[in-house]
Design a protein around this ligand. Structure first.
Ligand code: NG1
Ligand code: ZN
Length: 558
């Protein structure tokens, strides 16, 4: 590092001293904390993003959001060149940078790291970072801190893309690195064109009951509602009413996908007048989506249609199209190609969904919680479908399969244009364009759900009847040090501290169809307890008694 670069870094970092006593780690979804302590962290992530762009010689993304957390929190995460999450082998450097106690130590870390990674500084190469933020009031000044971090690395340029959903920013990074246009307009056009394509391919005779034509969307008072309003203007074929779009009401307070999924009650501004209507809820940065319908005579209770059921709907549709496409007759026998198809879940997936998917003949695999793990696993298949129960997920198509599919479609277009086989090929191609290949995206997921429901002629109730969820309960427990819990086997087994797993097993064994696991959250300072059992009361009891065990073993926090 030359003297000039050294003095720029020293000078700029001295303007962003780390708050004393705050130690952060790059968790399931970047750094998250109360917004008031994040200036220094975000500045340093700006430096990290610039180095990542120099190293990969690609466009990198930096998103400022704390998703479903309360409005006073914020966070920052990096989008890698593919549009996915930051490569895991850079996470320890991210942690070290964030926790460097002063400018000198920060400088030393950067110096050592660029040597180790052979990154050329001093402006010999250029770097470009796309910046986005959600609607949180703290976003603007944090974005400024990120810019200053980026600008303190010679040759790095920050491009402010404004207020975006998290998946929009990831999509833009991916598009830019494929030399495609990457504005919001292009994003909206890709979604609306591929949605239209799926609607135009709906078989004659599929008709959703008139009453179910309308969809009401809860925008979590965040960026998703705002963007859906824009997208809705260029869509046709959907009747969408948007509530909690952020003009009044507080972000994520009594609204949003996380609230609806965890509490299983209606969000604000929904109530008895909505009984029977198809409803959906986005989270604060619009990378999660759940559906629900309001139950009659049941105080704000809902029938939840969660990420597991969205996954099941997508998997059914994809399988149906593959079967149609590969309906071999004598002429085409040698043209059949069965892509590998895998479904990826976490331990939070409802046990009934896993049973359903397996009975449908699908390959189901499990990973640790956190999109980065699910995404990585799904990418091992020609078609990988992943979802967290909380509504975060997408479908990944391998380049090889898409290449084959494109060729097969052209062939069918010349030999049997308009045949069922060709339509199936076109549908799969449209799905690959509609669904966000970079990361889970509530807006594109919503359009795919809507297109499939219309294709099947299904109401939300018919969809929800695919299988019946086992009753479950999730609790958060404050403990002195959540990192004391160490897990294995996709987080289903606690290996340390000793004795905990045995105690959980003994509790679980008391309940028919009981299943329970605990893990430290990657985004909040809590231990999460998940329990499932044959009845709601049993699931509640199991969760409560395991929460007490956490207290006993780990000591209650403040
Ligand atoms: P943590 O806080 O690590 O449980 C939560 C979600 C994850 C994921 C991340 C990122 C649950 C139980 N956990 O992680 O699935 O979505 O947030 O937003 O929903
Ligand atoms: Zn989110």
């Amino acid at each position: 590092m030359n003297d000039n670069q050294r003095s720029i870094l020293l000078e700029s970092s001295s303007r962003f001293p780390p708050p004393p006593g705050v130690k952060l780690s790059y968790g399931t979804s970047g750094f998250r904390a109360d917004a008031s302590v994040l200036q220094s962290t975000v500045f340093r992530v700006g430096i990290l993003a610039a180095l990542r762009s120099l190293k990969t010689q690609s466009v990198i993304g930096l998103m400022i959001t704390a998703s479903h957390n309360k409005v006073s929190d914020n966070g920052v995460k990096i989008a890698d060149p593919s549009g996915g999450m930051l490569s895991q082998d850079w996470e320890p450097f991210a942690d070290a940078l964030a926790d460097a106690p002063d400018s000198q130590r920060l400088l030393q870390l950067v110096d050592d790291f660029v040597k180790k990674e052979n990154i050329l500084l001093e402006g010999a190469q250029s770097a470009e970072i796309l910046l986005g933020r959600d609607t949180r009031p703290s976003g603007e000044s944090l974005l400024e801190a990120a810019k200053q971090g980026i600008n303190s690395i010679a040759g790095a340029v920050a491009v402010d893309m404004g207020v975006l959903t998290t998946p929009q920013l990831h999509w833009m990074v991916r598009a830019r690195n494929k030399s495609m246009k990457a504005t919001e307009l292009e994003y909206f056009e890709q979604l609306s064109n591929s949605f239209r394509c799926l609607i135009d391919l709906i078989p004659q005779g599929s008709a959703v009951n008139k009453i179910n034509d309308k969809l009401i969307v809860d925008g979590a008072n965040g960026v998703g509602g705002e963007k859906l309003e824009l997208l809705n203007k260029i869509l046709n074929g959907l009747d969408i009413e948007i509530r909690n779009s952020g003009k009044q009401g507080v972000l994520n307070e009594g609204v949003g996908a996380d609230y609806v999924q965890k509490e299983k009650v209606v969000p604000c501004k929904f109530g008895p007048a909505d009984v029977g209507i198809r409803c959906a809820s986005l989270d604060g940065d619009a990378d999660r989506l759940v559906y629900f319908s309001v139950l009659s005579n049941a105080n704000n209770k809902i029938d939840l249609v969660d990420g597991d059921k969205i996954l099941s709907l997508f998997a059914l549709f994809i399988e149906e199209q593959l079967n149609t496409l590969n309906k071999c007759d004598r002429d085409t026998e040698n043209k059949c190609y069965w892509p590998t198809l895998g479904v990826v879940q976490t331990a939070y997936a409802n046990g009934a969904s896993t049973d359903y998917l397996k009975h449908s003949g699908l390959e189901v695999v499990f990973t640790k919680t956190g999109v980065k793990y699910l995404h990585e696993k799904a990418a091992e298949y020609d078609i990988g479908i992943y979802f967290e129960a909380n509504g975060h997920g997408t479908i990944l198509f391998s380049e090889g399969f898409l290449h084959w599919l494109d060729g097969r479609n052209s062939e069918l277009a010349s030999t049997s244009k308009g045949s069922e086989q060709q339509k199936a090929a076109l549908r799969l191609l449209a799905v690959s364009k509609l669904i966000n290949q970079a990361v889970g995206d509530a807006l594109s997921g919503l359009l795919l759900v809507e297109a499939i429901l219309q294709h099947m002629g299904w109401s939300i109730h018919r969809w929800n009847d695919l299988y019946h969820d086992l009753p479950s309960r999730q609790l958060k427990v404050k403990v002195v040090d959540r990192t004391a819990i160490v897990t294995e086997n996709a987080e289903t087994v606690v290996v340390s501290p000793p004795g905990i797993q045995e105690a959980i097993d003994a509790e679980t064994a008391k309940y028919p169809r009981g299943r329970c696991f605990v893990r430290p959250s990657g985004t909040e300072d809590v231990v999460r307890v998940y329990a499932e059992a044959a009845t709601q009361e049993a699931a509640d009891n199991l969760a409560n008694s395991v929460a007490q065990l956490m207290d006993q073993f780990l000591g209650g926090g403040t």
